[in-house]
Design a protein around this ligand. Structure first.
Ligand SMILES: *Cc1c(COP(=O)(O)O)cnc(C)c1O
Length: 234
């Protein structure tokens, strides 16, 4: 692994481009979200100096403190972790995107808070494909109600779907989940949900982002391959 954030970013971008090439996709159709959770604001600044503008955080409070510390930079912050409804207001006021919406109720709360704050926040609907009871995310049968609520959520426009596959040792074993998210997207399109609401597929992390790109990811969320190993997993 190269030892600067700049070099590791360049390598991740090159790997995204090669994976896109294999799938005959335009590399510019894949947005890299650098997941900075547990890393300090200085590490984010270093990545920003290397041209990285999209960052992901999984906790509202940690994200807000970095948003404040780096307010001089034109960054786009994505909330990628579970959002408790009592923190929806804070998150909707500051993050550019919330990728972890899994109920119509949460969507309405975010919409209301964003409207009050006089802004919009992009929303991705998190889908639980493995049906693991302990995991967050909506089941496929719950999606219709969320997209229905999305019709009136003018300050929280849904832009697509996100998933976190179960942890697997071999990244190839994540591929079926990525294929499945694409299939879920296609079924929603066939049921009349507009393409604008289903533009994004957020899938793929350090371990498996190239496979996700081959399967159609438009957003990959990459942390440790850019910032290095985290001291503790979460
Ligand atoms: C931590 C995290 C990532 C990034 O994980 P890495 O393995 O460090 O790339 C991506 N998505 C979510 C939801 C995360 O919590």
């Amino acid at each position: 692994m190269p030892d600067s954030i700049r070099e590791r970013l360049a390598e991740v971008r090159a790997r995204i481009a090669r994976a896109a090439g294999r799938a005959r996709r335009d590399p510019a159709s894949v947005r890299l979200v650098a997941v900075s959770k547990t890393f300090p604001a200085d590490a984010v600044r270093e990545a920003a100096e290397a041209g990285q503008l999209d960052f992901g955080e999984n906790k509202v409070q940690e994200g807000l403190s970095k948003i404040d510390a780096l307010a001089d930079l034109p960054l786009r912050w994505h909330l990628i972790g579970h959002l408790q409804s009592n923190k929806a207001k804070k998150a909707a006021a500051r993050f550019a995107a919330i990728q972890s919406v899994d109920s119509a109720e949460l969507l309405r709360k975010i919409d209301e808070a964003a409207r009050t704050a006089g802004r919009t926040v992009d929303v991705l609907v998190q889908v639980d494909l493995a049906g693991e009871a302990t995991k967050f995310g909506a089941r496929e049968e719950e999606l219709a109600a969320i997209f229905e609520a999305g019709k009136t959520a003018l300050h929280a426009p849904i832009t697509g779907l996100m998933t976190i596959p179960p942890a697997v040792d071999d990244p190839e074993h994540a591929r079926p989940y990525f294929t499945q998210l694409r299939t879920v997207r296609d079924r929603l399109l066939a049921r009349g949900i507009s393409a604008e609401r289903l533009r994004d597929l957020s899938m793929g992390m350090s371990h498996d982002f190239e496979i996700a790109v081959e399967e159609g990811a438009t957003i990959v969320r990459v942390g440790s391959a850019i910032f290095g190993a985290r001291n503790y997993p979460r």
